[in-house]
Design a protein around this ligand. Structure first.
Ligand code: 13P
Length: 262
């Protein structure tokens, strides 16, 4: 971690129901009220966005409301899709683009990720761009080229003004929901290379300011070691974001590392 303010997101994926989403949102807000040196976002399923927004507002929370996906077209005959304006209307501030489950389970290509990312930025919102290699790609020694290709493709035609609203999340596919975490050294190595790529594309100052999160089986027990990496500016948390008793200590770990107290 560095001078950059850490950022921790809770990606609830296709979990929770009306009651448990509200309970989780209340728990996260109340459990993290005293933490001010970490940016926190939650990504509930679409149907619960408004309920979570109401809880964040009622409690005057600075936790950001995020969406797990979007469609890049403004409106029209796209059955089942949700536009960025609709998400803004529901109070969404940040949208995940290119999550590995969207890429590998739902078939999103680099080109689709780029369209969505540009639409999010054109819509004035913040984006978290997720990239990461599969196990086969890692074994074949293609980790860096895969991540570089995904970053370059997603950021194609993203302007120097827009890039300040992009956070990158490095989420190795083999570490997501598997209990296997990249070692802090592995994550740091990949993330330093991503930052170098950003420096080549947008300049050293932009790269220095950009936050790059790590995601993939982050838990209270490994968060601190991961967040100590100089190029690891927090985390995108899946399974452990569904319990306040796990998510709050992860955010606190980021806070402690940022204060130099971990
Ligand atoms: P897990 O923390 O469950 O491995 O999920 C990571 C992730 O995909 C966050 O977006």
């Amino acid at each position: 971690m560095s001078q950059r303010k850490p950022y921790v997101g809770g990606n609830w994926k296709m979990n929770t129901n009306r009651n448990t989403a509200a309970e989780l949102a209340r728990g996260v807000v109340d459990g993290l009220r005293d933490v001010s040196n970490v940016d926190v976002a939650v990504f509930p399923p679409f149907p619960y966005l408004l309920a979570v927004r109401a809880i964040l507002r009622d409690r005057s929370s600075s936790i950001k409301l995020g969406a797990q996906d979007c469609y890049h077209k403004p409106d029209g005959a796209f059955t089942g899709e949700v536009s960025i304006e609709m998400l803004k209307d529901c109070g969404v501030e940040v949208i995940l683009c290119g999550h590995s489950e969207r890429r590998h389970v739902l078939g999103e290509t680099d080109a689709v990720v780029n369209e969505k990312l540009r639409a999010v930025l054109d819509g004035g919102l913040e984006a978290i761009l997720c990239v990461g290699e599969t196990l086969d790609e890692r074994i074949a020694g293609h980790t860096d080229p895969v991540n570089q290709r995904q970053v370059r493709a997603a950021l194609s035609d993203v302007t120097g003004d827009q890039i300040s609203r992009v956070t990158i999340a490095y989420e190795p596919v083999w570490a997501i929901g598997t209990g296997k975490t990249a070692t802090p050294e592995d994550a740091q190595d990949v993330q330093a290379k991503i930052r170098k790529l950003i420096a080549g594309m947008y300049g050293a100052d932009t790269a220095e300011r950009m936050r790059i999160m790590y995601g993939g089986s982050v838990k209270p027990s490994n968060a601190s070691e991961l967040f100590k990496g100089t190029d690891i500016d927090g985390g995108l948390i899946g399974g452990a974001s569904l319990k306040v008793s796990e998510f709050a200590p992860i955010v606190r770990a980021a806070s402690a590392v940022a204060r130099g107290q971990a």
